[in-house]
Each structure stands twice: as structure tokens, then as C-alpha cells.
Design a protein. Structure first.
Length: 57
């Protein structure tokens, strides 16, 4: 994870592409809800609530 000032406060950025190359269900779509546009079937990826928690290794 990278914390940067380049992303607005309150926004989480998740890369969408190439996740499937690294692991099953690793693409961003696997983390979001299943809602889609009824016409185009485009996933509704740009508005999904998240919760972050600090993890200590």
C-alpha cells in the first residue's frame, strides 16, 4: 500500500487491470458489489464503500 497526497482525502484507488494474472479473483471487480448498468452491463465500479484497517505484520 502507498499513502500519497496525489489521491484526494476520502478516496481509495485500486488498480483495475491485470489482477487475474497474479491470482484468482484478484481483479478489482472481485472486491466490489455486483451492481451493473442494466443496459450495458458495465460494472458499477466508481462508487463502492470501503473500510480500511491498519494491519501490523
Amino acid at each position: 500500500m502507498l499513502i500519497t497526497q496525489a489521491i484526494a482525502p476520502g478516496v481509495v484507488f485500486v488498480p483495475m487491470h491485470w489482477g487475474r494474472l497474479w491470482a484468482d479473483d484478484a481483479e478489482a471487480n472481485a472486491l466490489t458489489h455486483p451492481e451493473r448498468c442494466p443496459d450495458s452491463l458495465q460494472p458499477e465500479l466508481k462508487a463502492c464503500a470501503v473500510s480500511l484497517a491498519k494491519v501490523t505484520p
